[in-house]
Design a protein around this ligand. Structure first.
Ligand code: GDP
Length: 195
C-alpha cells in the first residue's frame, strides 16, 4: 500500500473512545519495548508518528492511527512489564479481552515478538488467547537485523516451536531498521482488509 496520509487519532482508554467510522482495524499486540511503534512507523514510512517509548509499560491506552482514510493500526498497550501492578494488569486484560471479543471491525492481529529470544510466557499466553478467540493472526518476529544472516533459520525455528505455530499459520520475520518483511506484511494486511 502506498501510504499518502497517516494520522494519530486517539489514545483511547475504553470502548466509548474507539472510532465509530467502521474502518477495518489491524491491531498489534506484544511485549513492551518489543518494537511495535517502530513497526508501525516502518509500515507507514514515517519516522516518528507512532511513539517509540522510552518508558515501557507506562501506557494503558489503545493508540489509533488512521492510514489513507481507509484503515487503522491499533497499538495495544504492551504487556510483560515487571513494574506493572496486579490491578493494572487486570485492567489491561479486561480492556484487551473486550476488544478482541467484541470489536467487529478487527481484521487481523499482529503478534509482535523479538526474533532474538525465545517467546516469553506472556507471548505464549497472548498467542493462545488469540487462537481461543479465533482471531486472524500473524506472528511478526522483529529485530531480525540484530541476528547474523546465517543464524536466522535457527531463530525462526525456535520462535515457531516455542509458540507452537503450525505449518500454514502466518509468520513473518521483520526488521523495522531495514524494512525486511514490510512488503509481505502489507500484502497480508491488504488481503485481510479486502476479505
Ligand atoms: P514498543 O514499546 O513495542 O512500541 O517498542 P519500540 O518501537 O519503542 O522499540 C523499542 C526499542 O527497540 C527502540 O529503541 C527501537 O529503536 C528498537 N527497535 C525496534 N524495532 C527494531 C528493529 O527492527 N531493529 C532494531 N535494531 N531495533 C529495533
Amino acid at each position: 500500500m502506498k501510504v499518502t496520509k497517516a494520522e494519530f487519532i486517539i489514545s483511547a482508554v475504553g470502548p466509548n473512545q474507539y472510532p465509530e467510522d467502521a474502518l477495518p482495524e489491524i491491531a498489534l499486540a506484544g511485549r513492551s519495548n518489543v518494537g511495535k511503534s517502530s513497526l508501525i512507523n516502518r509500515m507507514i514510512s514515517r519516522k516518528n508518528l507512532a511513539r517509540t517509548s522510552s518508558t515501557p509499560g507506562k501506557t494503558q491506552h489503545m493508540n489509533y492511527y488512521r492510514i489513507n482514510d481507509t484503515m487503522y493500526y491499533v497499538d495495544f498497550p504492551g504487556y510483560g512489564y515487571a513494574k506493572v501492578s496486579k490491578v493494572q494488569r487486570a485492567a489491561w486484560g479486561k480492556m484487551v479481552e473486550k476488544y478482541l471479543a467484541e470489536r467487529e471491525t478487527l481484521k487481523l492481529v499482529l503478534l509482535v515478538v523479538d526474533l532474538r529470544h525465545p517467546p516469553t510466557a506472556d507471548d505464549r499466553m497472548m498467542h493462545e488467547w488469540l487462537k481461543h478467540y479465533d482471531i486472524p493472526m500473524c506472528v511478526v518476529a522483529t529485530k531480525a537485523d540484530k541476528i547474523p544472516k546465517t543464524r536466522l533459520p535457527r531463530h525462526i525455528k525456535i520462535v515457531k516451536e516455542t509458540l507452537g505455530i503450525l505449518p500454514g499459520e502466518s509468520f513473518i520475520p521483520f526488521s523495522s531498521e531495514l524494512g525486511l518483511g514490510r512488503d509481505e506484511l502489507w500484502s497480508l494486511i491488504e488481503s485481510r482488509i479486502a476479505s
